[in-house]
Design a binder for this molecule. Structure first.
Ligand code: ADP
Ligand code: ZN
Length: 731
């Protein structure tokens, strides 16, 4: 903060609020003045709202009506770098600034005064009468030299009641003090000894550390199969960042993975880092938000929204499993955390590490174009390489209807059971059956609010809509023709597969891993640990199991339906299938035992299936890149998806048609517009969805053209328009 960044009392300042207004509001600086970037509470009509001092006021309206900032909040002002970053994300994603500010202030109690709590330390006198209990309290305080305890902590550690401590306070033998509730996180020690790295691990770690020491921006793709030691390697870059006194952020795609990761951080650096994701308590969120800003948190491990924490000096961002589609946020502010991480790093001279066994084509292309560096870890640590992969040609398997485990796969599974090893049966479908059909009239049970079929979840004894979450009990009679007892499940989900496996292997211990079967991340983690320790013979799982969990006893992976992801018109279908199959296969044979992966498929000659089996990864990417280049689609062209949603289908089509006709702003940059057409999911939560697609050349100024384009039409009140730049999924 410099002198120029301070506004004296009464000076006009412009404030960005979290309210959906399209402009900054002028206020007068309060008594004592305020800094640029200060978090403030300002009056707006009858209310008080959160805002940030964004710059000098413009004073372009009746000065006598300008009100004063109500108060400056007790938080470090937002840094210039962060204000700049939010502005750039807003420009890129065409998001209004107030929505960006809401994203950056997702901390409960931000407006509260710094909250204090009572803590206890060693006092100044010895009590005249010493009891056993009193001695234990004083011993604890002495043993932990100078450390302050809360009443509960002290009572528990000393094994006394709180009245014993209160008694000692009265005697001045224990001192009671007020201390801020949000305390810094324990120091991480980057110089604790790490593992002895193998040759190419060490070479990669060295190169990343050199990059960190440069103090400049750079992005590195760290590629290596699961188990090759990517985590070990990037933790060295984290260590180097901490040594230089800068902060690090590690993003993980799945909360369920954080616990395992935190344990590794603790092992490497001697303490727990800060966490930021939906599973963290409100108190802890507030502590993380504040400590990140004050420098009391050196390392944050979190989900994509951690990118908007107010870091004081962010020196490194790691995106683990960078290809994962969960980095793309599709509600509210639509952004890709991977791309925005690169943006943030470039604004703050930080390094980015994108770690993956199966990088996205985007990152692969950025390496090819020389924008990113690439480091490759060749082999798996310990075990030799990826498991042997082959296909099971389902056209030649003798399998009755409503059964999905082929005789070949069943044989292999039985052999594993015999040998005391684990098998994974992978099916990326939650629930019991994806479709429920009436055998009398052919009616399929759909969601009342969405254009989607309801999925039977037998475990919950309900039908569930995977679009909107609506559930209803399984009806006794067909809702269409009223025939009784004629409703039948069609197709498999993991619950149904479980039934089949239990019938085939009555003595096996079978575990199902599916996100909806666990009430909490903790319950899921406990299950994963139990399985890893040998608590199951057969694991049946959705893509949840593809993500980084470690099952050392697993030697067989059977993919029930390798063709599943190849259907549909999504431009990333091939890429996604390739990634998912390789990841799932990578679950087998992680420790010393070699593994096998078998893919059940009806099209063993499909180019994607062949690429997966042959293991010719570079060949696959090159072919996929060539196809996308030819089609002018990402990453070689730009795209934006526009969804118009409304309870009124005609209104949505009318606006869509109008946009399609008024395409001059798009034509000016050489972009084309396709549509309007019903979106692949034509109705969600009672709202009809109409889609347009805009395609442009890689270098075209797409955002400004899009803004000018949509500004031409006035939207009816209940019509919502969302723009998705670089759409990842088409729904
Ligand atoms: P990845 O992140 O690529 O999946 P990890 O870093 O998780 O790989 O490594 C896989 C396993 O191998 C982990 O249990 C890790 O502790 C272990 N490991 C990796 N490298 C080494 C090493 N050099 N020495 C000892 N253990 C290692
Ligand atoms: Zn629904």
């Amino acid at each position: 903060m410099t002198e120029q960044d301070h506004f004296d009392a009464g000076a006009l300042v412009a404030v960005l609020t979290t309210q959906p207004l399209d402009r900054l509001l002028d206020y007068r600086a309060p008594e004592g003045g305020c800094f640029l970037g200060a978090f403030v509470e300002v009056p707006l009509g009858p209310r008080r709202v959160l805002g940030v001092v964004w710059g000098p006021g413009r004073g372009d309206f009746d000065l006598s009506r300008i009100r004063s900032i109500h108060r400056v909040l007790d938080a470090a002002p937002m840094r210039a770098e962060m204000r700049h970053f939010l502005g750039r994300v807003a420009d890129y994603t065409l998001t209004p600034m107030p929505a960006m500010l809401r994203l950056a202030t997702r901390s409960p109690g931000l407006g509260d005064p710094l909250s204090m709590r009572k803590v206890y330390r060693l006092g100044h006198t010895e009590p005249a009468r010493m009891t056993d209990a009193r001695r234990r309290v004083l011993d604890v305080l002495r043993d932990y030299g100078g450390l302050a305890f809360t009443l509960g902590e002290l009572a528990e550690t000393a094994g006394v009641t709180s009245s014993v401590i209160k008694g000692l306070v009265k005697l001045d033998a224990v001192a009671e003090e007020q201390s801020p509730r949000d305390t810094p996180y324990p120091r991480l020690d980057p110089d604790l000894p790490g593992m002895t790295l193998t040759g190419d691990q060490a070479a990669a770690a060295t190169q990343l550390c050199v990059a960190v020491r440069s103090g400049a921006y750079g992005t590195t793709l760290l590629k290596g199969v699961t188990g090759s030691g990517k985590t070990e390697v990037y933790l060295e870059a984290v260590a180097e960042t901490l040594r230089r006194g800068r902060q690090a952020l590690v993003l993980l795609p799945e909360i369920a993975l954080t616990a395992e990761f935190l344990k590794r951080v603790q092992g490497r650096f001697g303490a727990m880092p800060a966490e930021w994701h939906s599973g963290v308590t409100m108190t802890e969120r507030r502590r993380t938000w504040r400590m990140v800003g004050e420098g009391g948190a050196q390392l944050v491990v979190g989900a994509r929204s951690a990118l908007y924490l107010p870091f004081r000096d962010l020196g490194l961002i790691v995106i683990d499993e960078e290809h994962d589609s969960s980095y793309k946020q599709e509600d509210g502010v639509v952004y890709n955390a991977r791309d925005m991480a690169v943006l943030r790093a470039s604004l703050t001279s930080a390094q980015v590490i994108l770690a993956s066994a199966t990088p996205s084509l985007e990152s692969w292309a950025n390496v090819e174009a020389g924008k990113y560096d690439r480091l490759t870890l060749a082999s798996r640590f310990g075990a030799a390489e990826l498991p042997d992969m082959s296909s099971i040609d389902m056209r030649t398997e003798d399998l009755p209807g409503n059964r999905w485990i082929s005789p070949s796969l069943a044989r292999e599974t039985a052999a594993r059971l015999e040998a005391g090893e684990q098998s994974l049966l992978f099916l990326n479908r939650r629930g019991y059956a994806p479709v429920t059909i009436c055998r009398a009239c052919g009616h399929q049970i759909g969601c009342d609010h969405c254009d989607a079929r309801m999925v039977e979840h037998r475990f919950l004894k309900r039908l569930v809509c995977h679009q909107c979450g609506e559930t209803k009990p399984m009806p006794a009679a067909c809702p269409s023709c009223a025939a009784e007892d004629r409703l039948a499940p069609v197709g498999p989900g993991v619950e149904r597969l479980h039934e089949e496996a239990a019938a085939l292997f009555p003595d096996a211990r079978i575990a199902v891993l599916s996100s909806d079967l666990f009430g909490s991340a903790r319950a899921l983690k406990a299950k994963v640990e139990e399985i890893a320790a040998g608590g199951a013979d057969i694991v049946i799982g959705t893509q949840l199991v593809a993500k980084g969990h470690n099952f050392p006893l697993l030697t067989l992976v059977g993919v029930i339906d390798a063709d599943l992801g190849l259907q549909g018109s999504d431009l990333r279908a091939a890429e996604r299938t390739f990634q998912l199959m390789r990841q799932v296969a990578g679950r087998a044979g992680r420790a010393e035992r070699p593994g096998v992966a078998l893919l059940q498929t009806f099209q063993p000659d499909h180019p994607v299936i062949r690429a997966i089996l042959s293991g010719d990864e570079e060949g696959f990417w090159a072919a996929e890149a060539a196809e996308r280049k030819q089609a002018g689609v990402p990453p070689y062209g730009r795209m934006a998806g526009i969804v118009l949603s409304s309870p009124d289908v005609k209104a949505a089509f009318d606006v869509g048609g109008m946009l399609a006709r008024k395409d001059a702003p798009l034509r000016r940059i050489g972009a084309q517009v396709y549509g309007p057409a019903p979106a692949p999911i034509a109705r969600i939560r009672g709202r009809h969805r109409v889609r347009l697609l805009v395609k442009a050349a890689k270098t075209a100024p797409l955002q400004s053209a899009l803004s000018a384009w949509v500004a031409q039409v006035k939207l009816p009140a209940n019509l919502r328009l969302t723009i998705d730049i670089d759409p990842q999924s088409f729904y």
